[in-house]
Design a protein around this ligand. Structure first.
Ligand code: ZN
Ligand code: ZN
Length: 283
């Protein structure tokens, strides 16, 4: 398995539309580990389409508990289980992740008990370990380390950028955040920075299509990063490659890849990858 990053779902926000991209999820294959970052709707399908057997599920990191990042966590693990998962899966998420997993198990208790009794499957709960993390050290095993930085995503306080290092490489994920200059230090010289991004001219189109106008506009501006500012973070960090994901807007045909490139032209001159579902980025 070669080291690579796959953007599985690249749209910001929980809504899905015909033919459009899925909410946030990513796969990082690094040093033989399968690392899933965020589990928005569509993550199971995205992993399969990226060539991963769900029974190989290994490590999952959740950046925060907004539904567009965690809605399919339980269904992913359950689907892996019904696909033959036999080894342990470790889930790392902010405070509340254990309750989310327990709630999922409770909601599927009939199905899980039935499959254990009828199909002889192993106990699902026993296959999964959930760890809740805060800022700083999150994970270390066999040369792979994961570190978290609390970012600025009101009203969510437990929202973390993640730095995953191994095999002499580092990949940094911004998670959802407003423009947050400390991210540049955190991402210093990473091989890839995956940063969320929003087009200013796209905000009005989203507000018009989604309804809930003024409040939604307020949330987007207070809690997310304009594309040009994502470029500023990448330049300050000295990263060679910037991948934009959690795109706002992501499924409006009026906005194309060239809009994103133009938005970053002034602030980032390295290699720019505009996210789309299924984009494979070799490391
Ligand atoms: Zn989000
Ligand atoms: Zn969020």
């Amino acid at each position: 398995m070669s080291d690579r990053l796959v953007l599985l779902g690249t749209k910001g926000g929980p809504a899905i539309r015909p033919g459009g991209p899925s909410p946030t999820s990513m796969l990082l294959d690094l040093g033989g580990r399968r690392i899933v970052v965020d589990c928005g709707l569509g993550v199971s399908r995205g992993l399969v389409e990226a060539g991963m057997k769900l029974s190989e599920l290994d490590l999952i990191f959740i950046t925060h508990l907004h539904s567009d990042h965690v809605l399919e966590l339980g269904p992913l693990i359950h689907t892996a289980w019904t696909t033959g998962l036999a080894k342990r899966v470790a889930v790392y998420g902010p405070q509340g992740t254990k309750a989310l997993w327990q709630g999922f198990l409770a909601s599927l208790s009939y199905d899980i008990a039935t499959r254990i009794a009828d199909e002889g499957r192993p106990d699902l709960e026993g296959l999964v370990s959930v760890y809740e993390y805060g800022p700083g050290h999150v994970f270390a095993d066999g040369g792979l380390t994961v570190t978290a930085l609390r970012v600025d995503h009101p009203p969510v306080t437990d929202c973390f950028a993640l730095k995953i290092e191994g095999e002499g490489r580092s990949v940094v994920f911004s998670s959802d955040t407003a423009y947050f200059p400390p991210l540049a230090d955190f991402a210093r010289c990473a091989d890839i920075l995956v940063h969320e991004a929003m087009l200013p001219e796209g905000i009005e189109s989203i507000v018009a299509r989604t309804g809930n106008g003024a409040r939604l506009r307020e949330h987007l501006i207070a809690s997310h990063t304009l594309a040009a500012d994502a470029g500023r973070i990448a330049t300050a960090a000295g990263v060679k490659r910037l991948a934009l994901n959690h795109l706002i807007p992501a499924d409006d045909p009026a906005f194309t890849e060239s809009h994103w490139r133009i938005a970053l032209a002034e602030t980032f001159s390295g290699e720019l990858l505009v996210g789309r579902d299924g984009l494979v980025i070799p490391l």
